[in-house]
Ligand binder design. Sequence first.
Ligand code: LLP
Length: 421
Amino acid sequence: MDHFLYRDGQLYAEDVPVAEIAAKVSTPVYIYSTATLTRHFRLFDEALDGLPHVVCYAMKAASNQAILKTLAQLGAGMDVVSGGEYARAKAAGVPGDRIVFSGVGKTRAEMRAALEGGIRQFNVESEPEMQALSEVASEMGVIAPIAVRVNPDVDAKTHAKIATGKSENKFGIPISRASEVYAMAAALPGLEVVGIDVHIGSQLTDLEPYRLAFTKVGELVDRLRAEGHDIRRLDLGGGLGIPYTRGNEAPPLPKEYGNLVKEVLGDKGCEIEIEPGRLVAGNAGILVSEVIYLKQGEGRDFLILDAAMNDLIRPAMYEAHHDIVPVVEPAPGAEQAPYDVVGPVCESGDTFAKQRNLTALRPGDLVAFRSAGAYGAVMSSEYNTRPLVPEVLVKDDHFAVIRERPSFEEIINRDTLPEWL
Ligand code: LLP
Protein backbone atom coordinates (compact mmCIF):
# COMPACT_ATOMS: atom_id res chain seq x y z
CA MET A 1 0.00 0.00 0.00
CA ASP A 2 1.22 3.50 -0.72
CA HIS A 3 0.02 7.08 -0.65
CA PHE A 4 0.04 7.93 -4.37
CA LEU A 5 -3.63 7.77 -5.28
CA TYR A 6 -6.01 9.44 -7.69
CA ARG A 7 -8.37 11.94 -6.17
CA ASP A 8 -10.76 14.12 -8.17
CA GLY A 9 -9.18 12.87 -11.38
CA GLN A 10 -5.61 13.74 -10.41
CA LEU A 11 -2.68 11.83 -8.96
CA TYR A 12 -1.86 12.95 -5.44
CA ALA A 13 1.16 12.36 -3.27
CA GLU A 14 -0.53 12.16 0.13
CA ASP A 15 -2.57 15.40 0.14
CA VAL A 16 -0.57 17.25 -2.50
CA PRO A 17 -1.44 17.13 -6.22
CA VAL A 18 1.57 15.75 -8.10
CA ALA A 19 0.96 18.32 -10.85
CA GLU A 20 1.45 21.11 -8.30
CA ILE A 21 4.90 19.79 -7.38
CA ALA A 22 5.84 19.34 -11.03
CA ALA A 23 4.77 22.92 -11.78
CA LYS A 24 6.87 24.27 -8.93
CA VAL A 25 10.00 22.10 -9.24
CA SER A 26 9.72 21.13 -12.93
CA THR A 27 10.39 17.64 -14.25
CA PRO A 28 11.83 15.06 -14.06
CA VAL A 29 11.50 14.87 -10.29
CA TYR A 30 11.37 12.16 -7.63
CA ILE A 31 8.58 12.51 -5.09
CA TYR A 32 8.54 10.54 -1.82
CA SER A 33 5.75 10.05 0.68
CA THR A 34 6.55 10.30 4.38
CA ALA A 35 3.46 8.27 5.27
CA THR A 36 4.51 5.37 3.03
CA LEU A 37 8.10 5.37 4.31
CA THR A 38 6.80 5.38 7.87
CA ARG A 39 4.26 2.65 7.22
CA HIS A 40 6.76 0.34 5.58
CA PHE A 41 9.39 0.80 8.25
CA ARG A 42 6.82 0.07 10.95
CA LEU A 43 5.64 -3.08 9.15
CA PHE A 44 9.11 -4.56 9.54
CA ASP A 45 9.48 -3.36 13.09
CA GLU A 46 6.12 -4.90 14.02
CA ALA A 47 6.84 -8.10 12.08
CA LEU A 48 9.65 -8.86 14.54
CA ASP A 49 7.61 -7.94 17.60
CA GLY A 50 8.42 -10.24 20.49
CA LEU A 51 12.03 -10.79 19.43
CA PRO A 52 14.81 -8.40 20.37
CA HIS A 53 15.59 -6.72 17.06
CA VAL A 54 16.90 -3.71 15.17
CA VAL A 55 15.68 -2.76 11.71
CA CYS A 56 18.73 -1.35 9.94
CA TYR A 57 17.41 0.39 6.84
CA ALA A 58 19.68 -0.36 3.86
CA MET A 59 20.18 3.22 2.79
CA LYS A 60 21.67 2.26 -0.55
CA ALA A 61 18.02 2.11 -1.69
CA ALA A 62 17.39 5.82 -1.07
CA SER A 63 19.81 7.86 0.99
CA ASN A 64 18.60 11.44 0.93
CA GLN A 65 19.19 13.00 4.35
CA ALA A 66 15.50 13.83 4.70
CA ILE A 67 14.54 10.19 4.14
CA LEU A 68 17.18 9.00 6.59
CA LYS A 69 16.07 11.51 9.20
CA THR A 70 12.43 10.49 8.77
CA LEU A 71 13.39 6.87 9.45
CA ALA A 72 15.93 7.66 12.17
CA GLN A 73 13.21 9.49 14.10
CA LEU A 74 11.19 6.27 14.06
CA GLY A 75 14.10 4.47 15.67
CA ALA A 76 15.61 2.95 12.54
CA GLY A 77 19.15 1.73 12.51
CA MET A 78 21.08 1.86 9.23
CA ASP A 79 22.97 -0.58 7.06
CA VAL A 80 25.80 1.26 5.31
CA VAL A 81 28.23 0.07 2.65
CA SER A 82 30.69 2.93 2.29
CA GLY A 83 32.35 5.72 4.21
CA GLY A 84 29.95 8.07 2.49
CA GLU A 85 26.91 6.16 3.67
CA TYR A 86 28.36 5.97 7.17
CA ALA A 87 28.76 9.76 7.14
CA ARG A 88 25.17 10.10 5.92
CA ALA A 89 23.86 7.94 8.76
CA LYS A 90 25.73 9.99 11.32
CA ALA A 91 24.62 13.26 9.73
CA ALA A 92 21.02 12.07 10.01
CA GLY A 93 21.52 11.58 13.73
CA VAL A 94 21.71 7.79 13.80
CA PRO A 95 23.76 6.67 16.81
CA GLY A 96 26.79 4.56 15.98
CA ASP A 97 25.42 1.62 17.94
CA ARG A 98 22.57 1.35 15.42
CA ILE A 99 24.79 1.32 12.33
CA VAL A 100 26.01 -1.89 10.72
CA PHE A 101 28.72 -1.69 8.07
CA SER A 102 28.38 -4.15 5.18
CA GLY A 103 30.25 -4.54 1.89
CA VAL A 104 32.99 -6.66 0.36
CA GLY A 105 35.65 -3.98 0.02
CA LYS A 106 35.82 -1.76 3.08
CA THR A 107 39.00 0.29 3.08
CA ARG A 108 41.13 0.90 6.14
CA ALA A 109 40.11 4.56 6.07
CA GLU A 110 36.44 3.56 6.14
CA MET A 111 37.07 1.17 9.02
CA ARG A 112 38.88 3.84 10.97
CA ALA A 113 36.12 6.40 10.44
CA ALA A 114 33.47 3.97 11.65
CA LEU A 115 35.48 2.93 14.69
CA GLU A 116 36.02 6.58 15.56
CA GLY A 117 32.38 7.56 15.11
CA GLY A 118 30.93 4.43 16.71
CA ILE A 119 29.63 1.28 15.08
CA ARG A 120 27.33 -1.54 16.06
CA GLN A 121 29.21 -4.13 14.03
CA PHE A 122 31.14 -4.71 10.84
CA ASN A 123 29.77 -7.44 8.62
CA VAL A 124 33.06 -8.81 7.35
CA GLU A 125 33.26 -10.77 4.14
CA SER A 126 36.75 -12.22 3.87
CA GLU A 127 39.83 -13.20 5.83
CA PRO A 128 41.99 -10.38 4.43
CA GLU A 129 39.28 -7.93 5.49
CA MET A 130 39.27 -9.43 9.01
CA GLN A 131 43.03 -9.11 9.16
CA ALA A 132 42.90 -5.47 8.06
CA LEU A 133 40.12 -4.59 10.50
CA SER A 134 41.95 -6.22 13.37
CA GLU A 135 45.06 -4.21 12.53
CA VAL A 136 43.16 -0.92 12.27
CA ALA A 137 41.33 -1.54 15.56
CA SER A 138 44.52 -2.57 17.36
CA GLU A 139 46.33 0.56 16.14
CA MET A 140 43.47 2.60 17.59
CA GLY A 141 43.44 0.60 20.82
CA VAL A 142 39.85 -0.54 20.35
CA ILE A 143 38.05 -3.79 19.62
CA ALA A 144 35.91 -4.05 16.48
CA PRO A 145 32.66 -6.01 16.86
CA ILE A 146 32.10 -8.29 13.87
CA ALA A 147 29.66 -10.66 12.27
CA VAL A 148 30.98 -12.79 9.42
CA ARG A 149 28.84 -12.75 6.30
CA VAL A 150 28.31 -16.32 5.24
CA ASN A 151 27.32 -17.34 1.76
CA PRO A 152 24.78 -20.14 2.20
CA ASP A 153 24.79 -21.20 -1.49
CA VAL A 154 21.07 -20.65 -1.89
CA ASP A 155 19.34 -19.62 -5.10
CA ALA A 156 17.37 -16.45 -4.32
CA LYS A 157 15.41 -16.83 -7.58
CA THR A 158 15.80 -13.20 -8.52
CA HIS A 159 17.54 -11.26 -11.32
CA ALA A 160 21.13 -12.50 -11.74
CA LYS A 161 22.57 -9.03 -11.14
CA ILE A 162 21.02 -8.83 -7.67
CA ALA A 163 21.36 -12.43 -6.47
CA THR A 164 24.13 -12.65 -3.88
CA GLY A 165 23.75 -15.93 -2.04
CA LYS A 166 25.15 -18.46 -4.54
CA SER A 167 28.69 -19.74 -4.24
CA GLU A 168 29.65 -18.11 -7.54
CA ASN A 169 28.78 -14.65 -6.17
CA LYS A 170 31.52 -12.48 -4.67
CA PHE A 171 29.74 -12.12 -1.33
CA GLY A 172 30.56 -13.59 2.05
CA ILE A 173 32.60 -16.64 2.93
CA PRO A 174 31.38 -20.11 1.96
CA ILE A 175 29.28 -21.39 4.85
CA SER A 176 31.25 -24.65 4.64
CA ARG A 177 34.37 -22.76 5.76
CA ALA A 178 32.67 -20.91 8.61
CA SER A 179 34.30 -22.83 11.48
CA GLU A 180 37.77 -22.12 10.15
CA VAL A 181 37.05 -18.43 9.53
CA TYR A 182 35.40 -17.89 12.91
CA ALA A 183 38.37 -19.54 14.61
CA MET A 184 40.66 -17.10 12.82
CA ALA A 185 38.44 -14.16 13.82
CA ALA A 186 38.47 -15.23 17.46
CA ALA A 187 42.25 -15.38 17.40
CA LEU A 188 42.71 -11.88 15.98
CA PRO A 189 43.44 -9.34 18.73
CA GLY A 190 41.39 -6.44 17.38
CA LEU A 191 38.13 -8.31 16.77
CA GLU A 192 35.22 -9.52 18.83
CA VAL A 193 32.83 -11.99 17.23
CA VAL A 194 29.23 -11.00 17.99
CA GLY A 195 27.19 -12.78 15.35
CA ILE A 196 26.49 -14.13 11.91
CA ASP A 197 25.41 -12.17 8.84
CA VAL A 198 23.66 -13.38 5.71
CA HIS A 199 22.06 -11.61 2.74
CA ILE A 200 21.06 -13.70 -0.25
CA GLY A 201 19.77 -11.16 -2.73
CA SER A 202 17.28 -8.49 -3.54
CA GLN A 203 13.69 -8.42 -4.85
CA LEU A 204 12.90 -11.87 -3.47
CA THR A 205 9.29 -12.75 -4.14
CA ASP A 206 9.28 -16.13 -2.45
CA LEU A 207 10.06 -17.01 1.16
CA GLU A 208 11.54 -20.43 0.39
CA PRO A 209 15.10 -19.21 -0.31
CA TYR A 210 14.96 -17.36 3.01
CA ARG A 211 13.81 -20.52 4.77
CA LEU A 212 16.73 -22.46 3.30
CA ALA A 213 19.26 -19.77 4.19
CA PHE A 214 17.90 -19.15 7.71
CA THR A 215 17.86 -22.88 8.41
CA LYS A 216 21.53 -23.10 7.47
CA VAL A 217 22.26 -20.10 9.65
CA GLY A 218 20.41 -21.74 12.57
CA GLU A 219 22.56 -24.86 12.24
CA LEU A 220 25.63 -22.68 12.10
CA VAL A 221 24.66 -20.88 15.33
CA ASP A 222 24.65 -24.24 17.15
CA ARG A 223 27.92 -25.34 15.59
CA LEU A 224 29.77 -22.08 16.30
CA ARG A 225 28.47 -21.97 19.87
CA ALA A 226 29.70 -25.53 20.38
CA GLU A 227 33.06 -24.29 19.12
CA GLY A 228 33.09 -21.62 21.80
CA HIS A 229 31.87 -18.51 19.99
CA ASP A 230 29.43 -16.18 21.68
CA ILE A 231 26.93 -15.82 18.83
CA ARG A 232 24.39 -13.30 20.08
CA ARG A 233 23.27 -11.44 16.99
CA LEU A 234 21.93 -12.60 13.65
CA ASP A 235 21.92 -10.12 10.79
CA LEU A 236 19.57 -11.57 8.19
CA GLY A 237 20.12 -8.93 5.51
CA GLY A 238 17.36 -7.47 3.37
CA GLY A 239 15.88 -8.43 0.05
CA LEU A 240 12.14 -8.75 0.50
CA GLY A 241 10.55 -7.88 -2.84
CA ILE A 242 7.82 -5.40 -3.72
CA PRO A 243 5.01 -5.59 -6.29
CA TYR A 244 6.19 -3.67 -9.36
CA THR A 245 3.12 -4.53 -11.42
CA ARG A 246 -0.01 -3.42 -9.65
CA GLY A 247 -2.66 -6.03 -9.23
CA ASN A 248 -0.52 -8.83 -10.65
CA GLU A 249 2.00 -9.62 -7.98
CA ALA A 250 1.67 -10.45 -4.33
CA PRO A 251 5.12 -10.94 -2.82
CA PRO A 252 5.24 -12.10 0.80
CA LEU A 253 4.47 -9.46 3.40
CA PRO A 254 6.89 -8.34 6.11
CA LYS A 255 4.59 -10.04 8.61
CA GLU A 256 5.03 -13.42 6.84
CA TYR A 257 8.77 -12.83 6.62
CA GLY A 258 8.82 -11.99 10.34
CA ASN A 259 6.90 -15.16 11.15
CA LEU A 260 9.44 -17.19 9.21
CA VAL A 261 12.30 -15.58 11.14
CA LYS A 262 10.52 -16.42 14.40
CA GLU A 263 9.76 -19.96 13.30
CA VAL A 264 13.27 -20.81 12.11
CA LEU A 265 15.47 -18.71 14.39
CA GLY A 266 13.24 -17.48 17.20
CA ASP A 267 14.54 -19.99 19.73
CA LYS A 268 18.23 -19.13 19.34
CA GLY A 269 18.21 -16.38 21.93
CA CYS A 270 19.81 -14.00 19.45
CA GLU A 271 19.08 -10.38 18.73
CA ILE A 272 17.83 -10.13 15.16
CA GLU A 273 19.01 -7.47 12.74
CA ILE A 274 17.41 -7.01 9.34
CA GLU A 275 18.43 -4.71 6.51
CA PRO A 276 15.44 -3.96 4.31
CA GLY A 277 15.91 -1.29 1.66
CA ARG A 278 13.60 -1.72 -1.28
CA LEU A 279 10.50 -2.58 0.71
CA VAL A 280 10.87 0.53 2.85
CA ALA A 281 11.54 3.01 0.06
CA GLY A 282 10.40 1.42 -3.22
CA ASN A 283 6.72 2.17 -3.20
CA ALA A 284 7.31 5.34 -1.21
CA GLY A 285 8.62 7.11 -4.31
CA ILE A 286 7.59 7.99 -7.84
CA LEU A 287 9.47 9.60 -10.69
CA VAL A 288 7.40 12.22 -12.48
CA SER A 289 8.20 13.13 -16.05
CA GLU A 290 6.70 15.17 -18.86
CA VAL A 291 5.95 13.94 -22.35
CA ILE A 292 8.08 15.91 -24.82
CA TYR A 293 7.10 14.35 -28.14
CA LEU A 294 5.03 11.61 -29.64
CA LYS A 295 6.87 10.15 -32.59
CA GLN A 296 5.55 7.74 -35.15
CA GLY A 297 8.05 5.04 -36.02
CA GLU A 298 7.86 2.07 -38.35
CA GLY A 299 5.00 0.08 -36.89
CA ARG A 300 5.38 1.58 -33.42
CA ASP A 301 4.81 4.83 -31.60
CA PHE A 302 7.43 6.34 -29.33
CA LEU A 303 6.55 8.34 -26.30
CA ILE A 304 9.55 10.56 -25.67
CA LEU A 305 9.84 11.74 -22.06
CA ASP A 306 12.02 14.31 -20.34
CA ALA A 307 13.24 11.59 -17.94
CA ALA A 308 15.93 9.24 -19.15
CA MET A 309 18.06 6.28 -18.18
CA ASN A 310 20.36 8.58 -16.22
CA ASP A 311 17.42 9.42 -13.93
CA LEU A 312 16.08 5.87 -13.56
CA ILE A 313 18.44 3.18 -14.75
CA ARG A 314 16.57 0.10 -13.52
CA PRO A 315 14.80 -0.73 -16.83
CA ALA A 316 18.07 -0.45 -18.79
CA MET A 317 20.13 -2.29 -16.22
CA TYR A 318 17.85 -5.06 -14.96
CA GLU A 319 15.08 -5.15 -17.58
CA ALA A 320 12.99 -3.90 -14.67
CA HIS A 321 9.31 -3.11 -15.06
CA HIS A 322 7.89 0.09 -13.59
CA ASP A 323 4.23 0.87 -13.97
CA ILE A 324 3.78 4.15 -15.81
CA VAL A 325 0.60 6.06 -15.03
CA PRO A 326 -0.74 9.39 -16.29
CA VAL A 327 -0.92 12.11 -13.65
CA VAL A 328 -4.38 13.05 -14.92
CA GLU A 329 -6.58 10.05 -14.26
CA PRO A 330 -7.83 8.47 -17.50
CA ALA A 331 -11.59 8.21 -17.94
CA PRO A 332 -12.92 4.77 -16.98
CA GLY A 333 -12.61 2.44 -19.96
CA ALA A 334 -10.47 4.95 -21.92
CA GLU A 335 -8.84 3.29 -24.91
CA GLN A 336 -5.23 2.22 -24.67
CA ALA A 337 -2.54 1.90 -27.31
CA PRO A 338 0.96 0.44 -27.19
CA TYR A 339 3.91 2.83 -26.91
CA ASP A 340 7.64 2.45 -26.63
CA VAL A 341 8.41 4.78 -23.74
CA VAL A 342 11.87 6.30 -24.13
CA GLY A 343 14.08 9.11 -22.87
CA PRO A 344 16.23 11.64 -24.75
CA VAL A 345 19.60 9.98 -24.07
CA CYS A 346 21.58 8.99 -27.13
CA GLU A 347 21.47 5.22 -26.84
CA SER A 348 18.86 2.62 -27.55
CA GLY A 349 19.18 1.32 -23.99
CA ASP A 350 17.40 4.49 -22.93
CA THR A 351 14.07 2.70 -23.14
CA PHE A 352 11.77 2.49 -20.14
CA ALA A 353 9.20 0.17 -21.66
CA LYS A 354 8.46 -1.48 -24.98
CA GLN A 355 4.93 -1.74 -26.36
CA ARG A 356 3.43 -0.58 -23.08
CA ASN A 357 -0.32 -0.08 -23.22
CA LEU A 358 -1.17 3.45 -22.16
CA THR A 359 -4.11 5.75 -22.62
CA ALA A 360 -3.65 8.60 -25.13
CA LEU A 361 -0.98 11.08 -24.02
CA ARG A 362 0.07 14.37 -25.56
CA PRO A 363 3.17 16.51 -25.28
CA GLY A 364 3.03 18.42 -22.01
CA ASP A 365 1.19 15.64 -20.19
CA LEU A 366 2.75 14.28 -17.01
CA VAL A 367 3.37 10.64 -16.24
CA ALA A 368 4.57 8.93 -13.07
CA PHE A 369 6.83 5.90 -12.81
CA ARG A 370 5.59 3.98 -9.82
CA SER A 371 7.73 2.04 -7.34
CA ALA A 372 10.73 4.22 -8.15
CA GLY A 373 11.65 5.19 -4.59
CA ALA A 374 14.29 2.49 -4.17
CA TYR A 375 17.39 2.38 -6.40
CA GLY A 376 16.02 5.30 -8.39
CA ALA A 377 17.53 8.65 -7.41
CA VAL A 378 20.54 6.97 -5.77
CA MET A 379 21.53 5.34 -9.05
CA SER A 380 20.98 8.48 -11.14
CA SER A 381 23.82 10.23 -12.90
CA GLU A 382 24.49 13.26 -15.03
CA TYR A 383 25.16 11.31 -18.22
CA ASN A 384 24.62 13.52 -21.26
CA THR A 385 25.08 16.45 -18.81
CA ARG A 386 21.51 16.08 -17.71
CA PRO A 387 21.38 17.68 -14.25
CA LEU A 388 21.04 15.31 -11.33
CA VAL A 389 17.33 14.71 -10.83
CA PRO A 390 15.83 16.61 -7.88
CA GLU A 391 13.98 15.02 -4.98
CA VAL A 392 10.90 16.18 -3.09
CA LEU A 393 9.47 14.87 0.17
CA VAL A 394 5.74 15.15 0.88
CA LYS A 395 4.21 15.08 4.34
CA ASP A 396 0.44 15.40 4.56
CA ASP A 397 -0.48 18.54 2.62
CA HIS A 398 2.97 20.07 2.32
CA PHE A 399 6.12 19.30 0.42
CA ALA A 400 9.77 20.32 0.41
CA VAL A 401 12.56 20.05 -2.09
CA ILE A 402 15.10 17.77 -0.41
CA ARG A 403 17.63 17.88 -3.23
CA GLU A 404 17.77 20.73 -5.72
CA ARG A 405 18.36 20.26 -9.40
CA PRO A 406 21.84 21.68 -10.03
CA SER A 407 22.20 24.44 -12.64
CA PHE A 408 24.36 23.95 -15.72
CA GLU A 409 26.78 26.43 -14.21
CA GLU A 410 27.12 24.41 -11.03
CA ILE A 411 27.74 21.28 -13.03
CA ILE A 412 30.37 22.88 -15.23
CA ASN A 413 32.07 24.55 -12.28
CA ARG A 414 32.66 21.19 -10.64
CA ASP A 415 35.28 20.55 -13.30
CA THR A 416 38.63 22.18 -12.81
CA LEU A 417 41.07 23.01 -15.58
CA PRO A 418 44.73 22.06 -15.46
CA GLU A 419 47.16 24.98 -15.50
CA TRP A 420 48.18 24.34 -19.13
CA LEU A 421 44.66 25.10 -20.37
N1 LLP B 1 21.83 -5.72 2.79
C1 LLP B 1 22.81 -5.94 1.91
C2 LLP B 1 24.09 -6.48 2.37
C3 LLP B 1 22.59 -5.65 0.54
O1 LLP B 1 23.57 -5.87 -0.33
C4 LLP B 1 21.35 -5.12 0.13
C5 LLP B 1 21.10 -4.79 -1.27
C6 LLP B 1 20.37 -4.90 1.10
C7 LLP B 1 20.63 -5.22 2.42
C8 LLP B 1 19.01 -4.34 0.77
O2 LLP B 1 18.30 -5.16 -0.07
P1 LLP B 1 16.79 -4.80 -0.44
O3 LLP B 1 15.98 -4.96 0.82
O4 LLP B 1 16.77 -3.39 -0.91
O5 LLP B 1 16.44 -5.75 -1.49
N2 LLP B 1 20.08 -1.79 -7.59
C9 LLP B 1 19.34 -3.01 -7.55
C10 LLP B 1 19.27 -3.62 -6.17
C11 LLP B 1 20.64 -3.86 -5.55
C12 LLP B 1 20.58 -4.45 -4.17
C13 LLP B 1 21.94 -4.45 -3.55
N3 LLP B 1 22.00 -4.92 -2.20
C14 LLP B 1 17.93 -2.77 -8.10
O6 LLP B 1 17.66 -1.65 -8.53
O7 LLP B 1 17.12 -3.68 -8.16
